[in-house]
Design a protein around this ligand. Structure first.
Ligand SMILES: Cc1ncc(COP(=O)(O)O)c(C=O)c1O
Length: 487
């Protein structure tokens, strides 16, 4: 069906007494209902729709406004119209309840298996939280890197200054200003990814044997960083919507059990939560009161699906008690290994540790990245990335709703590109992991996200690859395996 069957002149009532824009709106609503335009996906642009249906632009605008009023489409400034997300059919994962005791960090043997298999192209890549090179590709960055190597290669074949390249630090400071982080470029030190930033932060404020409060579940790389330093972990209970349970942190701090606390700034990996502002402020107050520094990990902050980038803890912290860690690994260039740390009063200690760990961060990539950031291209790149990840997670959620067993729960992140899935017990995702590999699918089993072997009934699924038929097939295969495990 096309609209031509309906319409003569834009504002003329149709034979059935309807205006043309109403017929156009019904046509689009039909596409949404049929699944041709899935929830969360981008609707055709106004120009496309008016050309395709030979209507004026103002008719298309009227139709889209009507669909907005009906809750079928939603407008996102500077980005166009999107199909509104349907009310989620599956509940959020249950709040977690780890014991509030410091314990040695046990890292599951499955973690190495996961890392080995995650980059194997033979598998559907739902395992590691790595964006696909296709999605990250920026021809402009490639060109800048090539030109920088050609014109300044010899000159840049050197150690960078201890804090890293000044031009890159200036660009990072300029961006941070936008979300309320007032940073002098000299307050930033460039690191080899966020991993090194986290390690340097921990080295600055802890000694081996100390306990560190962390979210439970948490990113498994952090568990390794803790373990390799002989640090113990206190796993904090979390809620899939609001993050760390503030009362639990209060108890842990009151017991004087921890020397530092590591939290995600937003879109936590793996649960996806962003702590509400009031909870962040409460956390900052508590930590300052007990003189326990906060180390925040903000690798996902730029991948926000809503309009506003969440404000990191450090931008809210009046006590100078937060060490900020970030990187470009999830948004642009994991292979460049460029991150940064804002260590506040711990800068000297951090620079000493940096010297001892990697001495300096490679210069060529820092200089190229600085030029790329100053070109303005990064913002365009991020807009595309956010659209693609929002769309992918939406589609993945819909398939999980259809293909996973009754009782399944999933996270609803407002940014990032991973989903946390809680399966009905007694499904054990450790067993499912091997079975899934045999079916050609890799995912991250829940236990790798806990310092104490929890979450065997959970899994994390990465949408970093983007959406395609292979991902859909892989998800359906996982759903079938989980359903079988329950029989
Ligand atoms: C929460 C979190 N922090 C840090 C990292 C590692 O970042 P980088 O590659 O910059 O070292 C990851 C990678 O998965 C992550 O998910």
């Amino acid at each position: 069906m096309t609209l031509e069957t309906h319409a003569a002149a834009d504002a003329d009532p149709q034979p059935a007494g309807r205006f043309r824009y109403e017929a156009l709106a019904d046509f689009i609503a039909g596409l949404v209902k049929a699944g041709t335009l899935p929830a969360g996906s981008r609707a055709p642009s106004l120009r496309e729709i008016s050309t395709q249906h030979r209507t004026s632009l103002s008719t298309a605008v009227q139709a889209y406004r009507l669909l907005e009023d009906r809750g079928v489409l939603e407008a996102r400034p500077q980005s166009g119209y999107y199909v509104a997300r349907a009310a989620a059919a599956l509940p959020l994962p249950a709040p977690t309840r780890p014991p509030l005791r410091p314990a040695k960090v046990a890292v599951s043997g499955l973690m190495l298996q996961l890392l080995e298999n995650a980059s194997n192209e033979a598998y559907v890549p739902l395992g590691c939280a790595i964006p696909s090179p296709r999605i990250l590709a920026s021809p402009k960055l490639d060109r800048i890197l090539a030109r920088t190597a050609r014109t300044k290669g010899a000159q840049l074949n050197n150690y960078s200054p201890p804090r890293g390249e000044p031009a890159l630090r200036s660009e990072i400071a300029r961006r941070a200003m936008r979300f309320g982080q007032a940073l002098p470029p000299d307050g930033i030190a460039i690191t080899c990814g966020c991993t090194e930033a986290l390690a340097l932060a921990l080295d600055a404020v802890t000694e081996p044997g100390d306990a560190v409060a962390i979210e439970s579940p948490t990113y498994f790389g952090l568990l390794q960083v803790l373990r390799m330093r002989g640090l113990r972990a206190v796993e904090l209970p979390t809620d899939a919507a609001t993050g760390v349970v503030v009362d639990a942190l209060r108890d842990v701090l009151a017991a004087g059990r921890v020397r530092a606390c590591v939290l995600a700034s937003s879109f936590q990996n793996p649960m996806g939560f962003t702590m509400p502002r009031a909870n962040r402020l409460a956390v900052l107050r508590l930590l300052a009161k007990h003189r326990v520094p906060l180390i925040e990990d903000d690798v996902y902050g730029d991948i926000h699906f809503g309009e506003e980038r969440p404000v990191p803890f450090s931008a809210l912290d009046r006590h100078d008690n937060t060490i900020y860690c970030g990187s470009f690994s999830k948004t642009l260039a994991p292979g460049y290994r460029i991150g940064w740390i804002v260590p506040g009063r711990h800068m000297a200690r951090v620079l000493e540790s940096k010297f001892a760990s990697t001495l300096a961060t490679p210069v060529l990539t820092q200089v190229a990245l600085a030029e790329f950031l100053s070109s303005g291209e990064y913002d365009r790149h991020l807009r595309r990335l956010r659209r693609e990840f929002a769309d992918t997670l939406e589609r993945m959620s819909r398939v999980i709703e259809q293909a996973f067993p009754p009782g399944t729960k999933i996270s609803r992140p407002a940014g990032n590109f991973v989903l946390w899935v809680e399966l009905p017990r007694p499904v054990d995702t450790r067993a499912l992991f091997g079975q899934a590999l045999k079916k050609g699918v890799c995912f991250a089993p829940g236990v790798v996200f806990s310092a104490s072997g929890r979450y065997a009934h959970c899994m994390r699924l990465s949408g970093g690859h983007g959406w395609d038929a292979g991902v859909e097939k892989g998800l359906r295969a996982l759903g079938a395996l989980a359903t079988r495990a329950l029989r």
